[in-house]
Design a protein around this ligand. Structure first.
Ligand code: MF3
Ligand code: CO
Length: 256
């Protein structure tokens, strides 16, 4: 069931998204060679708490193995849901960050891939294209049209560059919970409802330098590419209105 949001609810989600953007603008400059990913997570927890919010990811998921951090840090061949650890970021790493804030019950969700130092030209190109895929997807949002139009736009751009599109994970409705209906895949597949005013969705292309195939590690969370080639991930929370689209999360592509 798709929960449509009223103006007041979208206001709340917008505030949560702005706060998340403010957090990222301080966090991203900390993503440098020599930093441990667990320290980025601790920083994120402290920042969100001080700002009066709650980390939306912490404790999310199955009770037997809830997600244990406020931030996902996925490096190189890790696509999404990397668990912060003592691992140290190195020069040339592609570091995908993903986080969300619960602000008075309103949930934001945003991700980006940060280049630590100088990455290879191939990885930089992948990162640029993945960000473009996100904006192609957003440009395909239109009330009255079908949702899988987003998927076609994302997939088309990625495939035109010879990249792999991850099929096993997708975007989602968001705002009153972290994961709501509808699913928002990055390839045309599954239910294809009409987009309508009041829908709030997270669009999040996960694009691989090699094939789109992925595996989940023993920790139950970390998603890696099957061929161990790098992957990039960009995500915005987007509100759909009858006559326009609003990107609720803040632009971060100037970090590219
Ligand atoms: N943006 C990610 C997603 O939508 C974040 C979820 S991480 C989790 O899947 F731990 F909270 F599940
Ligand atoms: Co998401």
């Amino acid at each position: 069931m798709i929960r449509l949001k009223n103006e007041r609810q979208i206001d709340g989600i917008r505030r949560s998204c702005k706060l998340l953007g403010a957090m990222y603008r301080e966090l991203i400059p900390l993503v440098k060679p020599g930093v441990r990913t667990i320290d980025l997570d601790q920083w994120t927890r402290d920042w969100i708490k001080k700002a009066g919010g709650k980390p939306a990811f912490l404790g999310y998921g199955p009770q037997k193995r809830p997600y244990p951090a406020a931030l996902c840090v996925s490096i190189n061949n890790e696509v999404i849901h990397g668990i912060p650890s003592k691992r140290v970021i190195r020069e040339g790493d592609l570091v995908s960050l993903d986080s969300g804030i619960d602000l008075e019950g309103y949930i934001s969700d945003q991700a980006l891939s940060v280049e630590a130092g100088k990455v290879s030209d191939a990885v930089h190109a992948l990162n640029i294209t993945t960000n473009e895929c996100l904006y192609r997807g957003i440009a395909a949002v239109k009330a009255g049209d079908r949702l899988l139009q987003i998927a076609r736009a994302v997939e088309g751009h990625a495939l035109s560059r010879g990249y792999g599109v991850v099929h096993e994970f997708c975007g989602h409705g968001v705002g009153l919970a972290l994961h709501e209906d509808p699913q928002v895949p990055n390839y045309p597949h599954g239910p294809n409802p009409r987009m309508t005013g009041g829908m709030v969705i997270a669009i999040e292309p996960m694009i691989n330098l090699g094939t789109g195939d992925v595996e989940v590690l023993e920790d139950g969370w970390t998603v890696v590419t099957a061929d161990n080639k790098p992957a990039a991930h960009w995500e915005h929370t987007v509100a759909i209105f009858r006559d326009h689209t609003e990107i609720l999360t803040e632009p971060l592509e100037h970090y590219l």
